[in-house]
Design a binder for this molecule. Structure first.
Ligand code: AMP
Ligand code: ZN
Length: 480
């Protein structure tokens, strides 16, 4: 499979460290609020990568952290801990909101058919590991203590900016406009590994450390949690593109300084979901969630479908109009699938031909929009319905759009409707049958007045209802 690697900025043949096995690490959510559908775009596309590797036969082990401490509002070393901000907003403890939003995150993932990784590890359960790694970095001379905090010394590296070709003067990037520079840093790009001093002394979660009571920086979490479960050589590390700098850049700096060799081979970054006013973000106040989509009448599968229609390395613009178009297309697709019969024998030649087209699309840097087109190719193919259904089931192991399940549900709903609908062509008989059904429901709801009203109404029209154990039949006056 060809996969774009942010490190080399080219598409490369994917070759894992160990034949047949893939270790994959995903930056998990910062659980101070609901995930917005931008965050979930990243998790959907990572899910496709995960599922496609499994589809190809790899034994994938995937690890995700839950950021419940240390992620500051600036992504670098300034600002308040996002978790504390969330706790203050909701007048709860940090652990209460972490638990609540972690559960909500996985509920959203379930609704969107995003697989739960094998290992999900909250940062707060690995404090001892962080301390050990920071101690090692200090011993190796890659870290220093200043003003009570421990910093990573980026000047010790041959190359710090691994994802971009920054010039020396771009080292300013570590400090944002309007944010006071941290005078403790030896180099502007240095970053905090452990805080004991911060402008925010009301930090709720603090732990003992050899350097005093404090808390870890965000970047050290992911390096440690990844190495704890996936060892010294990682195949793929994923995240949204905003994570490339400074988060992933810092992860590489500290992990490789610790290990003394290359740590991760492939970096997979998903481009952003934007609104008309720019990148969707939680800090902008109002943001879009899965429950809001559902409230507005969009099945979460419509959102997954919408995401798969474009490539993960292109930014995607969200609008209600785009969602509406995706809904129409998804519903039409499901209706076409629902009309397929469960008949015939699978034709192996057609099956392999169609499957080859699907695999070719995803092999080319996970081209999901072409993979979606492959569904339509199946529907158009000159073959029987059994082959088509088998192919759709096969593709859906990766796409997970609920194709056959939603089609079955649609058929079930149609059957219920048909059962409710009058069976007779004669409009008078059809009306009687409809009223008998309504009377049955009124009785079931113990609305006997309504049941009696229907009986009386029919009697007036010369129709007598006859109740028996088998149900209700009728006799029309003057007719045999
Ligand atoms: P967070 O919960 O802020 O730590 O972010 C969780 C994931 O969502 C990270 O991988 C981010 O890079 C990613 N992300 C944040 N904003 C967006 C966006 N607008 N579109 C796509 N991914 C995003
Ligand atoms: Zn991370």
């Amino acid at each position: 499979m060809q996969l774009y690697n942010s490190l080399s900025r080219t598409k490369e043949e994917f070759i894992p460290n160990e034949a047949g096995k893939v270790s994959m690490y995903t930056c998990g959510p910062t659980v101070y609020h609901f995930a917005h559908i931008g965050n979930l775009r990243t998790y959907i596309m990572e899910d496709i990568l995960d599922r496609y590797l499994r589809y190809l036969g790899y034994d994938v082990t995937r690890v995700m952290n839950i950021t419940d401490v240390g992620h500051l509002t600036s992504d670098a070393d300034t600002g308040e801990d996002k978790m504390l901000k969330g706790a203050k907003r909701e007048k709860k403890t940090v652990m209460e909101i972490a638990q609540f939003y972690t559960e909500k995150f996985f509920e959203d993932c379930n609704a969107l058919n995003i697989r739960r990784p094998e290992v999900v590890e909250p940062a707060t359960s690995c404090i001892d590991e962080f301390i050990k790694v920071i101690e090692s970095l200090l011993e190796k001379g890659y870290a220093y203590e200043a003003g009570g905090n421990i910093y990573f010394d980026t000047s010790k590296l041959k190359q710090y900016y691994v994802f971009h070709n920054f010039e020396e003067e771009d080292l300013e990037v570590g400090v944002r406009e309007g944010v006071e520079a941290d005078g403790n840093k030896r180099n502007k790009a240095d970053f905090v590994l452990w805080f004991t001093k911060s402008k925010f002394d009301d930090q709720e979660l603090k732990w003992n450390s050899p350097w005093g009571i404090g808390y870890p920086g965000w970047h050290i979490e992911c390096s440690c949690i990844s190495m704890k479960h996936l060892g010294e050589r990682l195949d793929i590390h994923c995240g949204g593109i905003d994570n490339a700098f400074p988060h992933h850049t810092n992860e590489i700096a500290q992990s490789e300084a610790l290990l003394g060799h290359k740590w991760c081979n492939y970096w997979f970054h998903v481009l952003h979901l934007n609104t008309n006013s720019g990148k969707m973000s939680k800090s902008k106040g109002e943001f879009l969630t899965v429950s809001l989509l559902t409230e507005k009448g969009f099945d979460p599968m419509v959102y997954r479908f919408f995401c798969l229609q474009s490539h993960y390395r292109k930014s995607l613009v969200f609008s209600w109009e785009n969602m509406e178009n995706a809904k129409v297309a998804y519903n039409k697709l499901i209706a076409r699938i629902a009309s397929l019969k469960e008949e015939g024998e699978i034709d192996p030649t057609v099956f392999e031909e169609q499957k080859a087209g699907f695999v070719k699309s995803l092999d080319n840097d996970l081209n999901t929009s072409l993979a979606v087109t492959a569904i339509y190719d199946v529907l158009k193919a000159k073959t029987n319905d059994a082959t088509k259904r088998a192919l759709l089931a096969d593709f859906d192991r990766v796409l997970c759009l609920g194709l056959l399940e939603h089609a079955a549900k649609l058929n079930e709903e149609k059957n219920v409707e048909a059962a409710k609908a009058p069976v007779s062509d004669d409009p008078f008989v059809a009306e009687i049958e409809k009223l008998i059904e309504e009377r049955k429901q009124a009785k079931a709801a113990k609305n006997y007045a309504e049941a009696d009203r229907i009986r009386a109404y029919l009697l007036e029209k010369g129709v007598t209802l006859i109740d028996s154990k088998e149900g209700t039949t009728f006799r029309i006056e003057g007719k045999e």
